[in-house]
Unconditional design. Structure first.
Length: 302
């Protein structure tokens, strides 16, 4: 089957090595009251993505959605200049980042917007969203509005078969998200629970993996929350327990200061620093390739 990207549909075999949860243009600076949270440095981003492509990354899933400063024309510009495949997303993030329609509309009306962005295209562009995400929950709680958005995401998934990518706040509420999706008859093998590497816990990871979803080790390099050595240990543990098919990787870059020019680690960190470290700690090259190529392909296929 095909994958919808900003450059039109591509065959799933063209995905290649994939970063599963990234932002190439995102603005959360209003609610965060921090101008660093407006990632809009297009020239630096193009430069980094061009380099990322040259070292073997073929695709990026861009999970910025409605209310997060999503800007499809910027994504098109990055694709045109770099030829990196970019998969776009629909949905609403979490409180307090919702646009007003989340409060005004009911879940089926919100789902209608998401379904239209998948089937017809994102307003004023020819790009069709492929991923329902990132849809999220707050730390240790799911608010009333977040519950409505998760229900709308489930409805959209039932109608379209497209995958749902979630955001957890520091890894919390993952099992509750899965419980809700099960109740809403979502195919759990099309769900990626995000940010489970911010708060690593073996037993918690196993309980989540036993549900059959994907586990996002998608904040790699954010060592203020968790050391990368630990991320690697927890990935190894999941592999040993038979869950290699459920692991996906990314960095979740969201800030100017994450870019190389802003003094940060840059988009190439995963490829150039994390993977060599993982290999030196005993994860095989074949396992890494499986995680970076086969798992995204299976998850994104609809
Ligand atoms: Zn997130």
């Amino acid at each position: 089957m095909t994958i919808q990207t900003v450059s039109g549909t591509i065959d799933k075999e063209q995905l290649g090595r994939t970063y599963i949860h990234e932002h190439l243009n995102i603005d959360l600076s209003g609610p965060k009251k921090d101008s660093d949270a407006n990632l809009d440095n297009i020239d630096s981003i193009v430069e980094e993505i061009e380099y990322l492509k040259s070292i073997g990354v073929d695709s990026i899933v861009e999970v910025t959605n409605i209310g997060m400063g999503r800007n499809i024309s910027k994504l098109e510009e990055v694709w045109k200049k770099t030829k990196m495949n970019i998969v776009a997303s629909t949905g609403y993030y979490k409180e307090p980042f919702y646009p007003v329609e989340v409060y005004d509309l009911d879940y089926s009306e919100l789902a209608k917007i998401m379904i239209s962005e998948i089937n017809k295209g994102i307003k004023y562009t020819e790009t069709k969203a492929h991923v329902i995400g990132e849809v999220g929950t707050s730390k240790d709680t799911i608010t009333h509005a977040e519950l409505k958005v998760l229900k709308a995401a489930a409805f959209t998934h039932r109608e379209t078969g497209h995958p749902i990518f979630t955001h957890t706040s520091l890894g919390t509420m993952a099992l509750e998200q899965l419980e809700l999706f099960k109740k809403e008859k979502v195919n759990i093998s099309k769900v990626l629970i995000g940010h489970l590497d911010l708060n690593c816990d073996k037993e918690y990871h196993l309980r989540i993996a036993d549900c059959g979803c994907y586990l996002g080790f998608d904040t790699i390099g954010k060592t203020k929350y968790e050391k990368d050595e630990n991320r690697i240990k927890y990935i190894k543990y999941l592999i040993e327990r038979g869950h290699i098919d459920q692991i996906v990787l990314s960095q979740d870059m969201t800030r100017k200061s994450h870019l190389k020019k802003g003094g940060g680690i840059g988009y190439s960190y995963l490829m150039e620093k994390f993977i060599p470290k993982a290999i030196s700690m005993g994860i095989s090259k074949e396992e890494i390739e499986h995680i970076m190529i086969e798992n995204p392909k299976r998850l994104l296929d609809v």
